[in-house]
Design a protein around this ligand. Structure first.
Ligand SMILES: *Cc1c(COP(=O)(O)O)cnc(C)c1O
Length: 359
């Protein structure tokens, strides 16, 4: 297995809180591409923009970086089952890593608010799936309660092992670029990932590898923006289901990360999210789920407010793969369904249909 990326625990063993000799549960997560995005840089008036494409992880989202740590540690502690509350991607990841570890997984999902792609993943990896009559925040309260009183290990991002694994994305960004970006932008739901990026960058700073921690910009959906409101939101609403969270689990960690990095939180509308979702696939060539476009949508919004310096070097994390939530891609700007045009097998007819010029 020469030259194969070995997953974040093995690649960063010395920089993670893990005991030597621990049996590692991995699916080869991490090592995701940092994609140069000149079209986005032009749109926002920055010198350079790169996308950290986390949809390239084994289950299609960044959650795998934290899940390898959380499940590895759960198994090391003798756990026979893991549990999580999820808007979809955490459950897909927990179910896959539990399958790899040969233990059970239980996932609690909010009724009717998870995409089919993500549900299919949890089913495929044989999770026990329960739809809770409530929203994500209710699911998390229930998952915490069960893990405290029954033999099942909690793998939500309130588990510090998740944050520990997810911090490796910052290491990869710095390794790929050879420096830290001026700004790092991402979507925010529970803010576990925001906190994890800060932890990673701070460690790089403390070890003298980078000169400054990037300013962290975290964006939420307008109908689900507790960090902007300054208090939890009772009934969060947005089409960006992965960040439809009213009571973020990592509230205090995220606020201190924002303060220490001189970063900020902002909110964008669903229309702005969907428009950026389209831009990323049409103009950059990267297909993400709508929630994942929230960071880039926020960057664009801030650029219109004059907050992006011309010389800025920016990394934007796109958190999950487009194939997880295909419904939005199948509609045009006006919300009409798009489907392929039927045609004959005749080359001349097809060429005419396509408007191709004869050579
Ligand atoms: C989980 C998730 C988020 C939000 O991450 P938090 O750590 O909860 O802030 C954003 N986008 C996608 C695709 C996710 O799966």
């Amino acid at each position: 297995m020469a030259n194969q990326w070995r997953g974040v625990i093995t690649e960063y063993f010395d920089r993670l809180d893990i005991a030597p000799g621990t049996k590692i549960i991995t699916l080869g997560e991490g090592g995701t591409p940092l994609v140069h995005a000149p079209a986005l840089a032009k749109l926002v008036g920055a010198e350079e923009v790169w996308l950290k494409v986390e949809g390239m992880n084994p289950t299609g989202s960044f959650k795998d970086r934290g899940m390898t740590m959380a499940v590895t540690k759960a198994v090391a502690h003798g756990a026979k089952a893991v549990i999580c509350a999820s808007t979809g991607n955490t459950s897909a990841s927990a179910a896959a890593y539990a399958a790899a570890a040969g233990i059970k997984s239980v996932v609690l999902i909010p009724e009717g608010k998870i995409t089919l792609g993500k549900l299919a993943q949890a089913i495929a990896h044989k999770a026990s799936i329960l739809q809770v009559k409530g929203n994500f925040d209710d699911c998390l309260v229930l998952a915490r309660d069960l893990s405290e009183n029954y033999a099942v290990h909690l793998v939500n991002s309130v588990n510090p092992d998740r944050i520990e694994g997810q911090k490796t994305a910052s290491f990869e960004v710095v390794e790929s670029l050879g420096f830290a970006p001026d700004f790092h932008v991402m979507p925010v739901g529970n803010a576990g990932n925001y906190s994890a990026y800060f932890k990673g960058y701070l460690e790089e700073f403390n070890e003298g590898i980078i000169k400054a921690v990037p300013k962290l910009w975290g964006f939420q959906a307008e109908g689900s923006a507790p960090f902007v409101a300054g208090h939890p939101i009772e009934n969060p609403e947005t089409i960006a289901t992965a960040i439809r969270i009213g009571n973020p689990a990592s509230w205090d960690l995220a606020l201190s990360a924002q303060e220490c990095s001189q970063g900020e939180f902002g909110a964008v509308s669903d229309a702005e999210i969907l428009s950026m979702h389209r831009f990323l696939s049409n103009e950059v060539g990267v297909f993400v789920e709508p929630s994942s476009a929230t960071g880039a949508a926020g960057l664009f919004k801030n650029s219109k407010l004059g907050k992006v310096p011309a010389g800025a070097k920016i990394v934007v994390t796109v958190t999950g793969h487009g194939l997880k939530d295909v419904g939005w891609a199948l509609k045009d700007e006006n919300g009409n369904e798009v489907s392929p045009t039927s045609c004959s097998k005749d080359a001349a007819e097809v060429a005419e249909l396509l408007g191709l010029e004869k050579n």
